[in-house]
Design a protein around this ligand. Structure first.
Ligand code: KIV
Length: 259
């Protein structure tokens, strides 16, 4: 298999359903890449999964760049997408452009940013500058304070119309794909049928062209709350704890290291 490009990802719509996930370091990015994951997102979810915050908001540009560079060094075939952190594209389009350029210089193939109609000018400018953009509509975790919690979006007729309009707007602005997070599956199906670009769902039902799972959810690395839409394909938290405990016990007993 050769390196996934933005064009190949886009062209997969209607032909191949793509299971995509996040990764934040070289070790797990290499494993995901070697296992055939077509797109690795250096998600701002790292704020919660890796850095111990309660939301994605505290993630800094330096942290995104450092993680993106590590992931890009490890990945050979997957498309690497850097998720622009809160504040890196909300404080003026020139600053946003500079931050997106920095993501590509760190090794990303594309950037992701949250927002619909309001970020279309930025998506157009980035796309014209040769920076592929993966959009993100529906529930946008960087707006958690505006929502008053991580709440499903698009439940009322008005909300659903807005999410659909946002998805159409980001496609028209040049996004090569769009994330649909935590929206009703019927709405995700309607958007998927309406767009020529792939939809990547997370908590948005089975009809999307591709799916995201956060790596820590997929691998069972989280011990706390697991969202209902998640499937854990492994239970690495339990395995890791068992290994740590066995090591501590063997050092205490003298069984490790061997004589
Ligand atoms: O940061 C993240 O993990 C995301 C998800 C949609 C995959 O944006």
């Amino acid at each position: 298999m050769k390196k996934w490009t933005v064009a190949a990802f886009r062209a997969a719509k209607g032909k191949q359903k793509l299971g995509c996930c996040t990764a934040y370091d070289a070790c797990f990015a290499r494993l995901a890449d070697e296992a055939g994951v077509p797109c690795v997102l250096v998600g701002d979810s790292m704020g919660m999964t890796m850095l111990g915050y309660g939301t994605t908001l505290p993630v800094k540009m330096e942290e995104t760049l450092s993680a993106t560079a590590a992931v890009a060094r490890a990945v050979k075939e997957a498309l690497v997408v850097a998720d622009m952190p809160f504040g890196s594209y909300q404080c003026g389009d020139d600053a946003a452009m500079a931050n997106a350029v920095a993501c590509l210089k760190a090794g990303a193939d594309a950037v992701k940013l949250e927002g619909g109609a309001t970020v279309c000018g930025l998506i157009r400018r980035m796309t014209e500058a040769g920076i592929p953009v993966l959009a993100h509509v529906g529930m946008m975790p960087q707006s958690v304070n505006a929502y008053g919690g991580f709440k499903k979006q698009g439940k009322t007729r008005e909300e659903a119309a807005k999410v659909l309009a946002d998805a159409k707007a980001v496609e028209a602005a040049g996004a090569f794909a769009v994330t649909l997070e935590c929206v009703p599956s019927e709405l995700a199906a309607e958007i998927t049928a309406a767009l020529a670009i792939p939809t990547i769902g997370i908590g948005a039902g089975p009809v999307c062209d591709a799916q995201w799972l956060v790596m820590h959810d997929l691998l069972g690395l989280n011990e706390g709350h697991v969202p209902a839409f998640v499937k854990q394909y492994a239970h690495l938290a339990a395995d890791a704890k068992q290994a740590f405990a066995a090591y501590v016990a063997e050092v205490a007993s003298g069984a490790f290291p061997p004589a």
